[in-house]
Design a protein around this ligand. Structure first.
Ligand SMILES: CC(C)(COP(=O)(O)OP(=O)(O)OC[C@H]1O[C@@H](n2cnc3c(N)ncnc32)[C@H](O)[C@@H]1OP(=O)(O)O)[C@@H](O)C(=O)NCCC(=O)NCCS
Ligand SMILES: CC(=O)OP(=O)(O)O
Length: 323
C-alpha cells in the first residue's frame, strides 16, 4: 500500500514538520524517515530537550533540523502574517502568544512555505491540532468543510482487506450536504489507496426499516451524494450488517449493488464514527491510518494520541505523499 507513495517521496525533497519534536514516538519515526531518505523531518521543540529525548531513546537525529519557536528569527514575520490571516480576530500579542506553541507555529511554517506539510497530534488533541489549520490554512477552493477519513487495513499481500471510514474525527454533527461532501472526499481518498469505493451511508435503519430524523438525514445525504457524483457507487441508508454481509443484504434489501459489499463507510456523526473505527482497530485487528484530513488547503494531518512510532512513520508518508 505504501510502496508507490514512498517511491514518489524519494524523488522529491519534502519537508514535514512534526509539532511534538521531543515525543519518543515522533523521534523514532523521524529518525527512520531520515535514515531511509523518504523525507526531511523538521522537529519543533526546545533543542536541548529534543536532543536529550533522542539520546534517551537511542534515536539518531544528527541530520534533522530542530526549531524552537522561542528562538525563531522570523517570528515577527509569522506574527504579522497571522494577524493578517485572522482578520481582526486576534491582536499581535495574542498571535505571538499562540505562536510559542508547536501547533500554531508549525502551521504557520507550512503557510509561509518553510515546510511542505505537517503532522501533529501525538500529544495535542485533535481539536488543538486541527484548529490552527482550520483558522490559518482553511478549506480548498470549492469545498464547504474540512472533513476526515481513516484507511483501515487487515492482512497483507493480495488478500489484504482495505476499508475507508469517514468522518470519525472532525465534524461533530455534519448536516446532509456536509455528509455528502465527506462521502465524495472519502471515496476519492479511498481510490488513492487502491480501494474501488462502494460507499454506504450508515444508520440504524435499512431503506426505511426504521424511522427518525437521523434516518432521513442519511437517506437524503446519500441521494445528494449520488446526484453530485453519479459515477460513484453509493447507497443509503443502510445498517452496518446490510452494508457488509451479502446474506443480510439479501434479506434486508435484496438487489442493491452496494449492499453486502460496502468498503467505504460514512457515519452519521462523530460519536458513531470515532467509536466505530476504534472498534475495528482495537477488536477487529485492523491497522488504522488517519485521521487523513480532507478538503484542507495544505497537507496537514492529525494522529491519535494512542499512536505508536510505526503509525507515525506511515502517517508521515501519507501526509507528504498525498500532497
Ligand atoms: C474541529 C474543531 C476543533 C473545530 O471547532 P472549534 O475549535 O470550536 O473551532 P471554531 O468553531 O472556533 O472554528 C475555528 C475556525 O475554523 C472554521 N471551521 C470549524 N470547523 C470547520 C470545518 N469542519 N471545516 C472548515 N472550517 C471549519 C470555523 O469557521 C472558524 O473559522 P473562523 O475562526 O475564521 O471564523 C471541532 O469541530 C472539534 O472539536 N471537532 C471534534 C474533534 C475531536 O474531538 N475529535 C475526536 C478525536 S479524533
Ligand atoms: C483520532 C482520534 O480519536 O484521536 P485521539 O485518540 O487523539 O482522540
Amino acid at each position: 500500500m505504501f510502496t508507490k507513495l514512498i517511491e514518489k517521496l524519494k524523488k522529491n525533497y519534502t519537508t514535514l514538520v512534526f509539532t511534538e519534536g521531543a515525543d519518543p514516538r515522533i523521534l523514532e519515526a523521524a529518525s527512520r524517515l531520515k535514515r531511509e531518505d523518504i523525507l526531511q523531518p523538521l522537529l519543533i521543540g526546545d533543542v536541548q530537550e529534543v536532543r536529550q529525548a533522542a539520546r534517551a531513546g537511542g534515536f539518531d537525529i544528527a541530520d534533522i533540523r530542530i526549531v524552537d519557536p522561542l528562538h525563531y528569527r522570523r517570528m515577527d514575520e509569522l506574527v504579522d502574517k497571522m494577524v493578517e490571516l485572522r482578520k481582526g480576530k486576534l491582536s499581535p500579542e495574542e498571535c505571538r502568544g499562540l505562536l510559542q506553541k508547536g501547533n500554531y507555529f508549525g502551521t504557520m511554517l507550512v503557510k509561509l512555505g518553510v515546510a511542505d506539510c505537517l503532522l501533529g497530534g501525538a500529544t495535542y488533541s485533535t481539536a488543538d491540532t486541527v484548529r490552527p489549520a482550520l483558522q490559518l490554512i482553511r478549506t480548498k477552493p470549492g469545498h464547504r468543510i474540512v472533513g476526515s477519513c481513516f484507511i483501515l487495513t487487515r492482512g497483507s499481500g493480495s488478500s489484504a482487506e482495505l476499508l475507508a471510514m469517514g468522518d470519525c474525527a472532525i465534524n461533530i454533527k455534519p448536516d446532509e450536504d456536509e455528509l455528502a461532501e465527506i462521502a465524495v472526499e472519502t471515496a476519492e481518498c479511498a481510490k488513492l489507496f487502491g480501494i474501488d469505493p462502494q460507499v454506504a451511508f450508515l444508520s440504524y435503519s435499512t431503506k426505511g426499516s426504521g424511522k427518525g430524523e437521523d434516518v432521513d438525514k442519511m437517506r437524503r445525504a446519500a441521494q445528494t451524494a449520488k446526484q453530485a457524483r453519479p459515477d460513484l457507487m453509493i447507497e443509503g441508508e443502510l445498517q452496518f450488517d446490510a452494508a457488509v454481509s451479502p446474506e443480510v443484504a439479501q434479506t434486508k434489501c435484496k438487489g442493491l449493488p452496494v449492499a453486502g459489499h460496502a468498503n467505504t463507510f460514512i457515519f452519521p456523526d462523530i460519536n458513531a464514527g470515532n467509536i466505530g473505527y476504534k472498534i475495528a482497530q482495537r477488536l477487529g485487528g485492523f491497522e488504522a491510518y488517519g485521521p487523513i484530513l480532507l478538503g484542507l488547503n495544505a497537507p496537514i494531518n492529525d494522529l491519535s494520541r494512542g499512536c505508536n512510532a510505526e503509525e507515525v512513520y506511515y502517517m508521515a508518508i501519507i501526509t507528504a505523499g498525498l500532497r
